[in-house]
Design a protein around this ligand. Structure first.
Ligand code: FES
Ligand code: FES
Length: 180
């Protein structure tokens, strides 16, 4: 497993940095960051994983959704230092050598986006919910489970259709480094 190291002089004036090792999409990364840096900023600004989007930055829109040990979380609300010892999966980790993840393929086939800004977060929530046996399989249950992901373009109908299509295909491909 590759180990990459990243360092920067202070994220904010006067803030002390701490060492953290993050496992992202199956790859280990060593960083020195301020304890108050959230996972979203670490992913985008330090690791260059800009597929994860910053919308509201306050846990309201779902654009920043990633998986932490297979569970969908808002990365804007999670401190990066708290993610050490856990597996982070971003939208960049969904596809594998065999091709797109079935959820990604279904989004393509159903034209489940317009501007695309919310799409990575939608797909991360969708892949997590399809693995979660506590969530019902009917349309109402899926809408409820996806209610934390806002689409300003209003692509909800096609997003729902894409998720149910991916379910019908068994979702199949495992997410990178997924533990559950
Ligand atoms: S950017 Fe995290 S919920 Fe909106
Ligand atoms: S596709 Fe534009 S915000 Fe959802």
């Amino acid at each position: 497993m590759n180990m990459k190291e990243y360092s920067r002089q202070g994220d904010e004036a006067g803030s002390a940095e701490t060492a953290v090792t993050l496992s992202v999409n199956g790859e280990m990364h060593q960083l020195r960051i301020s304890p108050n840096v959230v996972l979203l900023d670490a992913l985008r600004d330090r690791l260059g994983l800009t597929g994860t989007k910053k919308g509201c930055d306050h846990g309201q829109c779902g654009a920043c959704t990633v998986h932490l040990d297979g569970q969908a979380i808002n990365s804007c609300l999670k401190l990066a230092v708290m993610c050490e010892g856990h597996e982070v999966t971003t939208v960049e980790g969904l596809a594998n050598d065999a091709g797109l993840h079935p959820v990604q393929q279904a989004f393509l086939e159903h034209d489940a986006y317009q501007c695309g800004f919310c799409t990575p977060g939608q797909m991360m929530s969708a892949t997590a919910l399809l693995e979660d046996e506590r969530i019902g399989t009917d349309d109402a249950a899926v809408r409820e489970a996806m209610s934390g992901n806002i689409c300003r373009c209003g692509a909800y109908k096609n997003i729902l259709a894409a998720i149910q299509t991916a379910r019908g295909q068994g979702q199949a491909a495992p997410t990178a480094g997924k533990t559950s």
